[in-house]
Ligand binder design. Sequence first.
Ligand SMILES: *Cc1c(COP(=O)(O)O)cnc(C)c1O
Length: 462
Amino acid sequence: MQTIIEPFRIKSVDPIRMTERPERERLLAAAHWNLFGLLAEDVIIDLLTDSGTGAMSSEQWAAIMRGDESYAGAKSFVRFEASVRERTGFEHVIPTHQGRAAEHLLFGVFGGAGKRVLNNTHFDTTRANCEVSGATAVDLPGPAGKDTRSDEPFKGDIDLVGLERELQEHGDAVSLVMVTITNNAGGGQPVSLACLRQVRELCDRFDKPFFLDACRFAENAYLIQQREIGQSGRSVADIAREAFDLADGCTVSAKKDGMANIGGFLACRDNDLAANLRQMLVVTEGFPTYGGLAGRDLDAIAQGLHEVVREDYQQYRHASIKYVVDRLHDAGVPVLRPAGGHAIFLDAGRFLPQIPWNAYPGQALAAELYLAGGIRSCEIGSLMLGRVDPQTGAELPAQHELVRLAIPRRTYTQSHMDYLIEVVLDVHARRDTLRGIGIRWQPKVLRHFSAHFEYLAARATV
Ligand SMILES: *Cc1c(COP(=O)(O)O)cnc(C)c1O
């Protein structure tokens, strides 16, 4: 059959409150035109993030009931540890309350003043934890990742030439090499096994530890199976395992491919490193057999790690995202291609060429998607990532003006995706009438979360 269906039935439903445009205009104005200020109840389809927002399976809910809340040596931990070991092959498994707590522990060992950490692209919490430790976070995205229009299959690959140069020039300062799979900050694009093998070789040659930021390890493995030459006959679990086998350890947020609503972990092979990490864990997270989690959460993740490598699940998830990307692209909507693992990215810079970067076309588009159809998305452009020039104090643009439509796992159906397409096409048909957005008030850090906005006069340029 041609039609790829959701490989599950729905057992419990969460009603959506329907709203009309006039009400949404009032609600967004009251939130100072910032989508983060809306209540979830006032959103029809919430695509703000895929983190912790997925639906759990009946087996995961059953696992929640099996949760053992013993302080030390709980049965839940034994199951969690076995599940992580089966997936990753790493001997030492350290539970944390989220991915960023695992990062905090990791940089407690590998961070510090004068150190350099290399990554294809640091996710924002990874960069923050690295920099808070005093170390420098160096991004080395590959050349293919820079062009939103090219159809390259592995736009998440790290720049191997740049990596070798860094290791030659700053060898002593480099404390850790990381690769983020899939590359979240770079559009959810996958990293190839060929690239990971070369990173391993370079790390061996320069004697450096290699860690994966493996939040979306299963989506990455599925995209390798689909796109990398010679990999189509292998299972998602087998490919994922080869990626882990190439690394010395990993940090993971279980809110993504852990298929859970909370949780994370750090895993590694080295005994001394693990002992060191566990000592810090007790101070900031908890006893080593629960970390920052309840026993029931450990059990939900243990089960989620089995379900996420199912071929039918991965096939349905990627088919649904690709369906939206292909339909939008065919209708002439500028969208990042090829489809990544967890989200659809609209290229707001090309969608709204009349709006200059410092009138935030991504924010203008995200606001209009809410007004038009109650869809909540997230600007990833100069509002979120713009930098201030240290010399002149002038604001600098981000590399791209994007709007991310992140798809929660197993939460929305095909008709929600058809509705999403209809809303985007409606806004696209009226794109000439959209206006830029100015900032009326902003905080000093992470301004996109809480800034207040106002619409600029029609066709104003800044
Ligand atoms: C979500 C994420 C993190 C941080 O995980 P949290 O659970 O949100 O703390 C780190 N790296 C990547 C690539 C992520 O997507």
